[in-house]
Design a protein around this ligand. Structure first.
Ligand SMILES: NC(=O)c1ccc[n+]([C@@H]2O[C@H](COP(=O)([O-])OP(=O)(O)OC[C@H]3O[C@@H](n4cnc5c(N)ncnc54)[C@H](O)[C@@H]3O)[C@@H](O)[C@H]2O)c1
Length: 142
């Protein structure tokens, strides 16, 4: 069996971006010019906008969606066939610079429900050193 990189290029495997905001949507569209992408967001209204080639963050023109192989969805089932996940949900900080890890925990639980052996997960969200390991252990070891 060929490796995941080759299968992604041949569109035999899929990549998902979880959280399609200011950071996630451009990443998802860039990948979708070359490989098969699932764009997942919990906000159905934002998903509907992106299906109409509208960027909810008002950063990208409709033309940026041209030639992209991407399925926008809020349905967990669409992630079951994905083998490479990129998490790009927000990590806002409060006045004490303490990050709200709620969205990250939510996205990690989502990925954990569909994760299979040998899949890859990349956190694009800004986190402090050690956070990724702690979050993933908390969500996936149960
Ligand atoms: N790595 C980098 O180079 C880099 C650069 C800039 C920002 N960031 C980080 O990227 C992260 C994302 O920031 P942003 O500005 O794109 O945020 P944003 O607020 O623009 O968008 C976040 C999106 O995530 C969705 N979302 C929230 N919780 C979710 C969940 N549980 N599951 C799925 N989708 C969910 C929201 O509906 C929204 O569409 C932040 O942590 C930011 O600090 C990283």
């Amino acid at each position: 069996m060929s490796n995941l990189y080759d299968r992604l290029l041949k569109k035999e495997a899929k990549l998902a971006v979880i959280g399609l905001g200011y950071v996630g949507l451009p990443i998802a569209l860039a990948f979708a010019r070359k490989i098969k992408v699932v764009g997942f967001d919990i906000n159905q209204k934002r998903v509907d906008m992106m299906r109409r080639r509208e960027d909810p963050s008002n950063e990208l023109d409709a033309s940026e969606f041209d030639g992209c192989d991407i399925h926008f969805t809020a349905d967990l089932n669409d992630l079951k066939s994905v083998e490479f996940f990129i998490v790009a949900v927000p990590t806002p900080i409060d006045s004490q610079n303490i990050p709200d890890l709620g969205p990250l925990l939510g996205a990690t639980r989502t990925v954990g429900q569909v994760l299979k052996k040998n899949d890859y997960v990349v956190y694009e969200s800004t986190v402090y050193p050690g956070c990724t390991e702690r979050i993933a252990c908390r969500c996936w070891s149960a």
